[in-house]
Design a protein around this ligand. Structure first.
Ligand code: ADP
Ligand code: MG
Length: 162
């Protein structure tokens, strides 16, 4: 599934809409170059989960945790030197059930991530503030939510058309 956003606010709004589908234990894998909007999208998810604290990029800490309607862990593996560091910060325990976990640059460590996840890839569009957003629900955990994901993504697209 693919949509297009034309501003940071629209990407954030898409994150808010996606948050409504999330359950404890969900993993959201964010891919895309620096400045593509991964943190902006993560901020939308956090807002949608009712997180009040400001969500900043966790680049230097690898993981930050927030309290919302569901607990949220925001992971950024950009500066990860070795895969072992991901285990050192307790990544496996993070994704074991109680919270929602978002991982920026998650595609880089894809091979050690759970098969069940929502993958969101952002890429530049034709205009400076435009982003193409590819959303794919993967694995059993998402099987019964595929239609809702489609609906969220397609309403983002129609909002843009309208
Ligand atoms: P990343 O985490 O991928 O490095 P950020 O979300 O931190 O990216 O930064 C994205 C930057 O691009 C922000 O300055 C944001 O305001 C800007 N921007 C412009 N248009 C968009 C858009 N359509 N979606 C997301 N961010 C956008
Ligand atoms: Mg970021």
């Amino acid at each position: 599934m693919k949509t297009r956003t034309r501003s940071a606010a629209q990407t954030r709004a898409l994150g808010i809409a996606v948050a409504a589908l999330l359950r404890p234990g969900d993993l959201v894998v964010l891919a895309g170059d620096l400045g593509s909007g991964k943190t902006t999208f993560a901020q939308g998810i956090a807002a949608g989960l009712g997180v009040d604290d400001p969500v900043v990029s966790p680049t230097f800490t690898i993981v930050r945790e927030y309290e919302g309607r569901l607990p949220l862990a925001h992971v950024d593996v950009y500066r990860l030197d070795r895969l072992q560091e991901l285990y050192d910060v307790g990544f496996e325990e993070l994704v074991d059930g109680e919270r929602v976990t978002i991982i920026e640059w998650g595609d880089v460590v894809q091979r050690v991530l759970p098969a069940d996840h929502l993958s969101v890839e952002l890429e530049p569009g034709a205009l400076p503030d435009e982003r193409l957003v590819h959303v794919h629900a993967q694995g059993r955990a998402w099987r019964d939510r595929t239609e809702r994901v489609e609906s969220v993504v397609s309403s983002a697209s129609s909002a843009e058309d309208g």
